[in-house]
Design a protein around this ligand. Structure first.
Ligand SMILES: C[S@@+](CC[C@H](N)C(=O)[O-])C[C@H]1O[C@@H](n2cnc3c(N)ncnc32)[C@H](O)[C@@H]1O
Length: 251
């Protein structure tokens, strides 16, 4: 087994254990800050119709956020357990034909003959080494229709440290979130190096139309009014953080 196969196996084992708790420990605590992070990307998807691809779909966060516009959404993930959670979560999105595909996302994008009006990819690309990242972005461009958009969200490398106020805000929530790691050790991951990633995307034929960053600012009040008031205010002041979203267009 080579390094990549071993990494994929560890990743599947990790997600098999964390899947039933993933939303509680990962997506729900980030819901308010993710609403801020993705808000500017929405206008690029608002008028899109047709078929969407959610690559590395996990529990379907991107499909729930953007999938309602489309007649068909493909959710691709190598974790059966994550897709089982996704199946429950996407039930809130009506009138869409979902295809849940349990397979390696790199192999899927390389070999599929489908074409898509929109591709979403969140928290997946940083799992790949440079060769697979280059291959995957090339094929994202290949499967996108002309004029189609790809929304990519990833953790990025940054020298900056978290602002003190955000550290203070997150402090009471951290012990609960640490349960995520204690459930099962995650395989080693490196955040994306943004300048190199831009080069790779440009070579693939995709043009950056919009980007923004944020810090991880966790919900303290069940995403209630206090979170929805304070988190956007904090995010407006300190947003040069370690989470990044970019919208790319195929010319
Ligand atoms: C950090 S989670 C993000 C999930 C989801 N996109 C979200 O935004 O919540 C990364 C997902 O990528 C999947 N994944 C990682 N490597 C993969 C691969 N080689 N093929 C398919 N899925 C993969 C994992 O199973 C996991 O569900």
């Amino acid at each position: 087994m080579n390094f990549l196969q071993e990494h994929a196996l560890l990743d599947k084992q990790h997600h098999a254990k964390v899947a039933p708790h993933y939303d509680e420990l990962v997506n729900i605590p980030r819901k308010t800050i993710n609403d801020c992070l993705f808000k500017g990307a929405e206008k690029y998807v608002r008028n899109a119709r047709g078929v969407m691809l959610d690559l590395g779909a996990g529990t379907g966060q991107m499909t729930v956020r953007f999938g309602g516009n489309f007649s068909e959404v493909f959710l691709v993930d190598h974790s059966k357990e994550m897709l089982e959670q996704a199946k429950k979560n996407i039930a809130v999105v009506g009138n869409v034909n979902f295809k849940l595909i349990e397979t390696d996302a790199v192999g899927f994008i390389e070999n599929t003959e489908e074409v898509f009006d929109f591709v979403a990819c969140s928290g997946f690309l940083h799992h790949l080494d440079e060769a697979d990242l280059t291959k995957t972005t090339h094929h994202i461009c290949r499967v996108l229709k002309d004029g189609g958009y790809a929304v990519i969200a990833e953790p990025i490398k940054a020298e900056r440290t978290e602002p003190a106020l955000i550290r203070w805000w997150n402090k009471p929530v951290i012990p609960h979130l640490m349960q995520y790691l204690s459930l099962a050790p995650a395989p080693e991951e490196t955040p994306l190096d943004l300048p190199s990633f831009f080069e790779i995307m440009t070579k693939a034929g995709l043009t950056l139309k919009y980007q923004r960053k944020s810090w991880e600012i966790y919900s303290r009040f069940n995403n209630g009014w206090q979170d929805r008031f304070f988190i956007p205010v904090i995010d407006r002041i300190w947003n040069d953080g370690v989470v990044w979203v970019g919208v790319f267009k195929k010319a």
